[in-house]
Design a protein around this ligand. Structure first.
Ligand SMILES: Nc1ncnc2c1ncn2[C@@H]1O[C@H](COP(=O)(O)OP(=O)(O)OP(=O)(O)O)[C@@H](O)[C@H]1O
Ligand SMILES: [Mg+2]
Length: 327
């Protein structure tokens, strides 16, 4: 098997806060191959963004991190801040939900892209500006927007500028944290199509965080389902949709299928007070005594990973029936 581009192994992230220690990532593991897209899903507060930011090496100082984040041959967690910064932009880039919080309000769109390019390439100012014009064109921004300031652009155009900045140095891995959540539906589609197309053109790998399972169906090769800082399931996209495994994955799908009568009852446990047993047991329709007592360990069967005491690897019959009957 070819080595993956990014491999996250047993990632533990804890925040020391005044109220105690919060375990935000509790042994999260996944891998992303060349030109592959992994989508991370899960309810709010489950730790998706923190895991993404940890790959960029941008966690705040009060975070304690252990495990491995391996990018090609490098174990990023063993790198000095200076070494890690050399991966940012050039190898791994990130875009966020709110482009305005990342764009500089007093620098024109074109100049911001040129600066991102010049920061990682030896080039003259003129070359950087020419490259910025090419990038603007590539992300579908009209030429006259080159001199515009971020506040003069629509949300969709601002996100295109962010994408152009992220791609300025031709990264191999693009991390996108809910890149379309703040946009209206039509613009969401355009931005996703753009990401899809640029990913293929540059043969990039992508870690995409989204709440939208429609986006997952369009974009993912692999799906990771996070719950309360734990990776509950990691499956190929077809297994995830056609043979949904973990009860939490099925519950998420039920909600998305518009079954308003069956939202997931209860709420995500607070990460300050880790629950015994399976983190999902209090909300799980299939929970038995073992789920309340023992934490399920990750098990891998037929290429999919699940943390569930019920997991046998054969999720086909019973669970598909349940999906259908609950719609
Ligand atoms: N800098 C921080 N200091 C302390 N706790 C933090 C910090 N950043 C995030 N957290 C906590 O970590 C947990 C996970 O947050 P995270 O933002 O990763 O969730 P998420 O899955 O991305 O949620 P959403 O879908 O709403 O974006 C939350 O409980 C959050 O309060
Ligand atoms: Mg988030």
């Amino acid at each position: 098997m070819r080595k993956p581009l990014l491999e996250v192994k047993d990632l533990q992230i804890k925040f020391e806060t005044k109220r105690g220690t919060i375990a935000v990532s509790d042994g999260v593991s996944f891998a992303i191959g060349e030109n592959e897209t992994l989508c991370l899903v899960g309810e709010s507060g489950c730790g998706k963004s923190v895991v993404a930011v940890s790959i960029m090496g941008l966690l705040p100082a009060h975070a304690r991190v252990a495990g491995e984040i391996r990018y090609r041959e490098a174990d990023l967690l063993q790198c000095s801040p200076g070494e890690w910064s050399r991966f940012r932009g050039r190898e791994i880039a990130m875009i966020f939900e709110q482009p305005m919080s990342c764009l500089n309000p007093v620098i024109s769109a074109g100049r911001q892209i040129a600066e991102a390019y010049a920061a990682n390439n030896r080039c003259s100012k003129r070359e950087a500006l020419a490259e910025a014009r090419r990038k603007l064109d590539e992300v579908g921004i009209p030429e006259n927007c080159f001199v515009k300031f971020p506040h003069e652009l629509s949300g969709g155009m601002q996100q295109r500028v962010m994408i152009a900045i992220a791609l300025a140095c031709r990264p191999n891995l693009l991390i996108a944290d809910e890149p379309t959540a703040a946009l209206d539906v039509t613009v969401q589609c355009q931005i996703l199509e753009l990401l899809h197309c640029l990913k293929d053109r540059y043969r990039m790998s992508m870690l995409l965080i989204t709440h939208d399972l429609g986006v997952v169906a369009e974009m993912a090769d692999t799906v990771g389902v996070m719950y309360a800082g734990t990776m509950m399931e990691l499956s190929g996209v077809e297994d995830f949709f056609y043979r949904p495994g973990h009860p939490y994955s099925r519950a998420l799908m039920n909600v998305v299928a518009g079954n308003a009568l069956s939202p997931i009852r209860g709420s995500v446990p607070h990460l300050l007070e880790p629950v015994p047993g399976c983190p999902f047991h209090a909300r799980c329709v299939d929970a038995v005594e073992q789920c309340r007592r023992a934490r399920p360990q990750p098990r891998i069967v037929n290429g999919r990973m699940e943390r569930c005491h019920h997991f046998t690897g054969d999720n086909s019959g019973r669970q598909l029936d349940q999906m259908v009957s609950s719609r």
